[in-house]
Design a protein around this ligand. Structure first.
Ligand code: PMP
Length: 406
């Protein structure tokens, strides 16, 4: 991969040669083809999709439905109607929690999540458990984010109705054993919801092979526009589920007293949809596929390994999670003794390096690991060796710049 050439595809990176962007787990940068696609939708195809019976609106509908097919093939779904467009992973997860939760859960039932969940895959389940009387149970990992067979077997039982789990933790970068979880869930008749917000940009996912029942991800983390997300769901489950949001576009007919809902996927896409966002997401997926996940993985592991080696040499720096670069999915979360992550972030920012500081929307995990806040550097294939070195060099100076002797 010619990284210099790749970076030319990203207008923001080109315009800011002194910026080292290490916050791709929060949102990725966007290649020009994605920006062009969004603009092209508004310049060439803009009409309200799914409504008009005139040519322009039909073109807009075609863009939107083409994008759906691209997503379908990207994740190996059997049918386009199993792809629901939402605003983001958060909305996708809320949709499943409220719609399926109300159908599935009753007092005494259990919902299993991991201690590593992002708040977006935790709060909806907390809410729906409260509403239905179900109990929320946590899978507890070791310090590196590893979930043992014993942990899974003890937590997933005949009482389990649903397991909701991130494929990759946004803090530790560790990949969960989804195949094992699905197998256990099947044995006990439970549904599996996979949060792929952090995994979808970095690894090939085939929902048919994985056999998950639902999967959620956001477009903006895989170079697509903000405001477009995806929920995959198995057709037979989606068909049983009541709508999440109601209103225009999601009905076949309405009377004074009720409505007949539209067939899938439109039953779950109330109101005017984000067709330009979907068209942009299609361009992002095609761009990602052109680079290829093998190349992305190879590059990210090499960069992660370089960063990990560099950080290991710095006294007072503690990286959370595994010691192996291949178990980080490009995410390095760390603490520095005596320095608040907000100061770490401000110091790195002064050197042109953008990282994330805080609890990363995973407060239960922070508490479990015994840290209050941390700093997270997250990379993508467009980062360079020079950027990693600049990050490590800047990190070496943090304690000194905070007034410590070493
Ligand atoms: N799950 C995980 C694991 C995430 O990292 C994030 C984003 N930080 C989300 C869910 C939510 O994504 P969004 O904010 O795009 O809805």
């Amino acid at each position: 991969m010619n990284v210099k050439k790749i970076r030319e595809d990203f207008p923001l990176l080109l315009a800011n040669p002194d910026l080292t962007y290490l916050d791709s787990a929060a949102t990725s940068q966007k290649p020009a083809c994605v920006l062009r696609a969004e603009r092209e939708f508004y310049e060439c195809h803009n009409a309200n999709p799914l409504r008009g019976l005139y040519e322009l609106s039909e073109n807009a509908t075609k863009c939107y439905e083409d994008a759906r097919k691209t997503v379908q093939h990207f994740i190996g779904a059997a049918r386009p109607e199993e792809i629901i467009f939402t605003r983001n992973a958060t909305e996708s997860l809320n949709l499943v929690a409220y719609s399926l939760g109300s159908l599935l859960l009753k007092p005494g039932d259990e919902v299993v999540v991991s201690i590593m969940e992002h708040h977006s895959n935790l709060l909806p389940w907390q809410m729906v458990c409260r509403q239905t009387g179900a109990t929320l149970k946590f899978l507890e990992c070791d310090q590196t984010g590893f979930l043992s067979d014993e942990t899974l077997e003890n937590a997933i039982t005949d009482k389990t109705r649903l397991v909701a789990i991130a494929q990759v933790s946004n803090v530790l970068g560790r990949t969960a054993p989804i195949e094992k979880i699905v197998k256990l869930a099947r044995k006990h008749g439970a549904v599996v919801v996979m949060d792929a917000a952090q995994s979808a940009p970095h690894m090939p996912i085939n929902v048919k092979d994985l056999e998950v029942d639902f999967m959620a991800f956001s477009g903006h983390k895989l170079m697509g526009p903000m405001g477009i997300g995806v929920l995959y769901g198995k057709k037979e489950l989606l068909e049983e589920m009541p709508p999440f949001l109601t209103g225009g576009e999601m009905i076949d007919s309405v009377s004074r007293t009720g409505a007949v809902f539209a067939p899938l996927p439109h039953k779950f896409e109330a109101g005017t949809v984000n067709a330009a966002g979907a068209w942009g997401l299609k361009a992002a997926i095609e761009y990602l596929q052109q680079i290829g996940f093998d190349e992305i993985k190879r590059r990210e592991e090499a960069l992660t390994s370089r960063a990990l080696e560099g950080l290991k040499e710095i006294p007072h720096v503690h990286v959370l999670g595994s010691e192996k670069a291949e178990e980080h999915c490009g995410i390095l979360t760390f603490t520095i003794d005596g320095v608040h992550p907000h100061d770490v972030s401000a110091i790195l920012d002064a050197d042109g390096i953008a990282v994330r500081a805080g609890h990363h929307c995973a407060q239960p995990l922070m508490e479990y690991l015994g840290v209050s806040t941390t700093t997270r550097a997250s990379l993508f294939f467009y980062n360079t060796e020079e950027e990693i070195d600049a990050f490590v060099e800047s990190m070496k100076t943090v304690r000194r710049r905070m007034g410590y002797g070493e």
